[in-house]
Write a protein that binds this ligand. Structure first.
Ligand code: FES
Length: 239
């Protein structure tokens, strides 16, 4: 896949309509592209640049600043093992070494069957459950080598497809709509603000528009919501 599909062009246009400047929609649309292909292809970035009025070099120059974007194909499951201080003290390097042996690849490598790409990650903000890792940005805490093997087996067998979507998928809940378009009687602005501003399919933002009965992906919404609550408390505390 190279350029955005017709459906994703519609999504991109919806995102552009949220901003006074077209180029402000760049990052959310890049997430749409990554969700489509699993990474950002050169042709895909060219197409996104056409939509937001930027040169390809500006698109790539911006995207390359962000750790979540990949510029080459990655495995179906992107496994990022945190080796920052809290996890390191709890055995992260032992876990990473075990992951390397179990998958047969070094960090940055992808297994021959295309199932797994292994990464050595900085703090994933789950220090309280160190050592931890993410799979396609879904959190798994208190992971020991035995737990890692069980996780890999479950992923290979497809037993976690409900919890771990394909790489690039930020949310399966719904699409972003403008905060100004919140329906009367729907979620209030506070809830919408808490839901986040993360663009195309971001966890929190989509949660403000959850259809009745939809499943919310709590594993990723949790960190967004918790951060917003902490930020709000900080802003309200007496100086
Ligand atoms: S140090 Fe590993 S999640 Fe923070």
């Amino acid at each position: 896949m190279a350029r955005l599909t017709p459906d994703n062009v519609v999504r991109a246009q919806e995102l552009v309509a949220l901003y006074p400047e077209k180029r402000s929609a760049l990052i959310p649309i890049l997430h749409v592209l990554q969700e489509q292909d699993g990474y950002l292809s050169e042709d895909g970035m060219l197409h996104v640049g056409e939509i937001v009025g930027l040169e390809a070099v500006e698109v790539k120059g911006t995207a390359s600043f962000y750790d979540m974007f990949h510029f080459e194909p990655v495995g179906k499951y992107l496994v990022a093992v945190c080796t920052n201080i809290a996890c390191m003290l709890q055995g992260a390097y032992r876990l990473l070494e075990h992951a390397e042996e179990a998958l047969g690849v070094a960090p940055g490598g992808t297994t021959a069957d295309g199932m797994f790409t292994l990464e050595d990650a900085e703090c994933l903000a789950l220090c309280g459950n160190a050592p931890c890792l993410t799979v396609n940005w879904r959190f798994f805490g208190d992971v020991d080598p035995e737990g890692f093997d069980v996780l890999v087996d479950d992923l290979r067998a497809g037993r976690l497809e409900a919890e771990v979507p394909p790489h690039g998928t930020l949310s399966r809940v719904g699409r972003r709509q403008g905060l100004r378009a919140l329906p009367p009687g729907g979620p209030g602005r506070d809830e919408a603000a808490l839901a986040g501003e993360d663009g195309a399919g971001g966890d929190g933002m989509a949660a403000a528009h959850v259809a009745p009965g939809s499943a919310i992906d709590l594993s990723t919404r949790r960190s967004t919501a918790a951060t917003a609550v902490v930020d709000a408390a900080h802003l309200e505390s007496p100086k």
